[in-house]
Design a protein around this ligand. Structure first.
Ligand code: NCD
Length: 299
């Protein structure tokens, strides 16, 4: 039997699939009728989550799937059960698909190797990938009229610890974004990778004329040792304020995957301002995850 479909990261998605998912999510957002799917999707979340978890749950319901949520803190994983045994247990109960969030980078690959027959979605693994977030980010931008082939996109803040940034970068380069810039404290920049990105020295350089700004939370829980500036110092040097945003393009779009730490990486006036698409991202997230379930289960 052929392996099941999986969304593990952006790089391993077959040719044309990102484009298809983007188009379908936008059609669903405009009122297209969802496919009628059947079976049970299990959500195994071994890390906190509000929007990703609820969004997958609502999306599953809207496509006709039954849902079970396995809360990591209250499951047998705290009794020492290995991840693949937990998944084998769920698979033995006949689930149609698994949505997995895990604090360890690479956990979804290990599940995919052990259970090639199981349709699987990575809802965020460690610092590695969060493909559904990248797809919903791009769907939100396209829906707001951004032309990727002309767009200058700045990703700012704690990039090193961000799986969202990694997946965004992978999808932006795959879709041919004109210019990608990154900026943040030295300790929070990714190691010099072969990414086609422009590394900016400060926020001002990153924002200058930018069409899109993606602001990221400081992800202290993912740092082995506390490095980089404290929240106050970070806000002074790197916080996204209205004054700083004025240097970007007049119709700049501000994105943030959430959760937002107001007054740290972003000011209230920007988060709630007219350039912010933060809640539009959340709304599009549901449609993107519906599109993902349709694709995953063969529609
Ligand atoms: C992010 C995550 O958990 O990766 N949030 C999200 O899923 N929308 C970003 C973060 O943790 O800061």
């Amino acid at each position: 039997m052929a392996d099941a479909r999986r969304l593990l990261d952006i790089d391993t998605l077959p040719d044309g699939v990102p484009e298809r998912l983007l188009e379908r999510a936008r059609a669903l957002a405009s009122g297209a009728r969802p496919a009628k799917l059947s079976g049970t999707v299990a959500q195994l979340f071994l890390e906190p989550s509000t929007r990703t978890r609820v969004s997958f749950e609502i999306a599953a319901g809207r496509t006709g799937l039954d849902r079970v949520h396995v809360d990591g803190a209250r499951s047998s994983t705290v009794k020492g059960e290995a991840l693949n045994d937990t998944v084998a247990t769920l698979a033995a109960m006949g689930i149609a698909a698994l949505v997995l969030r895990h604090p360890e980078s690479g956990a979804p690959e290990s599940v995919a190797r052990a259970h090639p027959e199981l349709p699987l979605v990575n809802a965020g693994d460690g610092m590695r990938a969060h493909p559904s977030q990248a797809l919903l980010d791009v769907a939100t931008l396209l829906d707001d009229g951004v032309a990727l082939e002309k767009a200058r996109i700045a990703i700012v803040g704690d990039i090193r610890h961000s799986r969202v940034a990694r997946s965004d970068l992978a999808l932006f380069s795959r879709l041919g974004v004109a210019e990608i810039r990154i900026a943040g404290p030295e300790a929070w920049l990714p190691a010099a990778e072969s990414l086609p990105v422009r590394r900016c020295r400060n926020l001002e350089e990153a924002l200058d004329g930018a069409d899109v700004v993606i602001c990221l939370r400081v992800q202290r829980e993912r740092m082995d040792v506390a490095v980089g500036p404290d929240p106050e110092a970070f806000h002074v040097a790197w916080g996204l304020t209205s004054r700083r945003l004025a240097a970007a393009a007049p119709d700049v779009r501000v994105l943030h995957p959430g959760p937002v730490n107001r007054g740290v990486e972003i000011d209230d006036a920007v988060a709630d301002g007219s350039r912010s698409l933060i809640l539009r991202q959340v709304r599009m997230g549901v449609f993107m995850r519906m599109a993902i379930f349709e694709w995953l289960l063969g529609h």
